[in-house]
Design a protein. Structure first.
Length: 457
């Protein structure tokens, strides 16, 4: 008799951008300073690109809009602004001093642009650059005004909005939908004002926010997780950013409590909590570190989320434990005898393994990952078949992260690093960056056999 196991971690929607491959030198640092994470003064930059020239003089329109939104136009920003200050100037040598994104980068960082707009952007001759500064107590209202000002300027002068902090370019409509219409009072949806970059970092994955500087807050880092965890990790990051925006202070960075139920923006709270599983606790204990800076990180303070308050043999097991506690899990176990139909489906999956191995080692894109089902000997000397997310595949030795919480193996935990043999693999799930999957045909048969078994009782 074989044991088949399936486990589902609750996954919520969030804004996540999968990007290319570059490496960071990761190592946990000292704890982040206690107290308010908010900076005393807030500085950030937005711009409007023209492709190639503005339809009207942007300088005069900018000054009128600044007056409308009660922003003080100055020649130079103060080191410690006491009110809402802004500078603006027209750069006329774009390619030399403020080059736009390349066509390949626009695939990831261009929002709402048509093919023609993307092509015209490469011929841009002018860009209007706006720098904002204000005291922290004005952070939310000043950012809201900045978002509205730059949208109005882009619309009136036929331009495209550039967010220097998130490194994205928008059509005015896309900017309005993302940055303006999503704003709520008194606290905006933090996720609508930032983006999260996720990229491969050696065997695993690193995530970092861009854009928290516009709110006077540190950007957030999570190190060394797996691609299959990108959605729950993103939800965790967005929840943490939200409570920072809403004024959360770091009273104890070695034991910081994140409480989903304390989120004050009703839409964000609903998004984070509506589908919690019955065993979710909605409050978790994080450790907050000063993140180690990597190439390409934003010019801002960085806080790393740590998972050491949770049990596990390694970091990945602790990550699984925290996320499972926060959002809840659904566990099930099925006792099934192998049938000819099941073994035939498994053999078809096995026949795909050499091809999958080649693809994994040469052509997987960001966000693409592979899980293999393999047997593990239980404490009662049977086999418990569980999924492993592949992180390394050499010869027939496969290294990966256990994606299930075992029922009958006390020495193993979800998220733990394990090794399996290619010859023992029973099935696969190949997940693509767009969420599409291939494989797992044996599960359909197992479900049918389980239904038949239930009906015969």
């Amino acid at each position: 008799m074989k044991i088949f196991f399936s486990r589902f971690l609750l996954r919520l929607g969030f804004s996540l951008l999968l990007i290319g491959f570059f490496s960071s030198a990761w190592a946990a640092s000292k704890f982040f300073p206690t107290g308010s994470p908010a900076a005393e003064s807030v500085y950030f930059q937005l711009a409007v690109y023209y492709a190639p020239l503005p339809s009207q003089d942007p300088t005069d329109i900018f000054k009128k809009l600044a007056s409308q939104y009660k922003l003080n136009v100055v020649a130079t920003l103060s080191d410690k602004p006491s009110d809402d200050m802004v500078t603006g100037f027209l750069e006329k040598d774009v390619l030399k001093n403020y080059a736009p994104l390349s066509p390949s980068s626009l695939r990831y960082f261009g929002l709402g642009l048509s093919k023609e707009q993307a092509e015209n952007l490469q011929r841009s001759k002018q860009v209007f650059i706006i720098n904002f500064a204000h005291p922290q107590k004005h952070a939310l209202e000043a950012l809201k005004k900045a978002n509205q000002l730059v949208e109005s300027l882009a619309r009136q002068t036929n331009g495209l909005v550039w967010d220097e902090e998130t490194r994205q370019i928008f059509t005015p409509d896309a900017w309005q939908n993302r940055r303006v219409e999503t704003w709520a009072t008194p606290f905006p949806n933090a996720g609508s004002q930032i983006t999260i970059h996720v990229y491969k970092d050696r065997e695993y994955v690193r995530a970092i926010t861009l854009g928290m500087k516009k709110l006077g807050l540190p950007d957030v880092v999570v190190e060394q997780f797996s691609w299959s965890m990108n959605k729950p990790i993103g939800n965790l990051i967005n929840a943490f950013c939200q409570v920072m925006v809403e004024g959360s202070e770091f009273k104890n960075t070695s034991l910081y409590e994140l409480n989903l139920m304390a989120i004050q923006n009703s839409k964000v709270k609903e998004q984070q909590t509506t589908d919690l599983k019955p065993n979710a606790v909605s409050i978790v204990k994080l450790q907050l570190y000063e993140a180690v800076r990597a190439e390409g990180d934003p010019n801002n303070r960085l806080v790393e989320l740590g998972f050491d308050r949770y049990t596990g043999n390694d970091l990945h097991a602790k990550q699984e434990a925290l996320l499972g506690a926060l959002y809840g899990t659904e566990d099930s176990i099925k006792y099934i005898k192998h049938t000819d139909e099941l073994l035939m489906a498994s053999q078809k999956a096995k026949n795909r393994l050499p091809e999958l191995k080649t693809q994994f080692n040469s052509s997987f894109a960001p966000g693409e990952f592979l899980q293999l089902k393999a047997p593990f000997v239980t404490d009662i000397k049977s086999n418990e078949w569980m999924w492993v997310e592949v992180t390394e595949w050499k010869s027939k030795r496969i290294k990966g992260l256990l994606k299930n919480e075992p029922f009958h193996i006390k020495s193993l935990h979800a998220g733990q690093i394990v090794e399996i043999n290619q010859d023992d693999v029973f099935d696969f799930i190949h997940t693509f960056p767009d969420g599409r999957t291939e494989g797992n045909e044996t599960s359909k048969i197992i479900m049918k056999l389980n239904d038949q078994k239930t009906q015969n009782k």
